[in-house]
Design a protein around this ligand. Sequence first.
Ligand SMILES: CC(C)(COP(=O)(O)OP(=O)(O)OC[C@H]1O[C@@H](n2cnc3c(N)ncnc32)[C@H](O)[C@@H]1OP(=O)(O)O)[C@@H](O)C(=O)NCCC(=O)NCCS
Length: 167
Amino acid sequence: MEIIYREAQPSDAEALIEYMKIVGGETDNLTYDSATFDISVKKEERFIERFLRSQRDFMLLAFDEGRIVAFASIERNKIKRFSHRAELSITVLKEYWGRGIGSAVMERLISFAKESGVEVIYLDVRADNVRAISLYEKFGFCEICNFEKYFKIDDEYFDGKIMTLYI
Ligand SMILES: CC(C)(COP(=O)(O)OP(=O)(O)OC[C@H]1O[C@@H](n2cnc3c(N)ncnc32)[C@H](O)[C@@H]1OP(=O)(O)O)[C@@H](O)C(=O)NCCC(=O)NCCS
């Protein structure tokens, strides 16, 4: 298995929407499910273009034989007084979990953050998402708080953790 990592391009838009719908349906760990990830190809292309143009934001994809198997992004907060901080998101296609792709993606995102002058990376994660929390801790992220009832999924509440990495 040779995984290729590269920055997302507008031409990836359609495949990326398909990917998001699949991963949205594979777990309840994300902010969206397959039904709520309803976005047009044009809108997705513009979203990717905005990342490409920015020196401060980064969208990374991983491919196995041309198929998207992971998506990740790091995005600066747009509010000036918060702009030293960037939010990190990551997903890997379920059949590829546990093969080191999440770690390889995290390494690349953290390197980008360092090179582009981010001072604090932050993220939120469902408190019971042990696999993701282990990945974040492996890269030095620390929990700063437990946010009760952070998620409400089909009338059931789940706590969330806010985690940070100070660079
Ligand atoms: C969380 C996620 C990105 C991890 O990706 P991955 O490709 O499986 O990650 P890796 O294979 O690099 O494993 C990373 C670390 O996870 C931890 N891990 C792996 N398997 C685990 C398991 N079964 N239980 C607990 N932790 C586990 C280990 O710390 C591992 O590091 P190590 O192999 O050096 O010990 C992936 O599971 C995923 O996309 N989950 C669904 C979406 C999601 O939850 N995203 C995060 C939202 S906040």
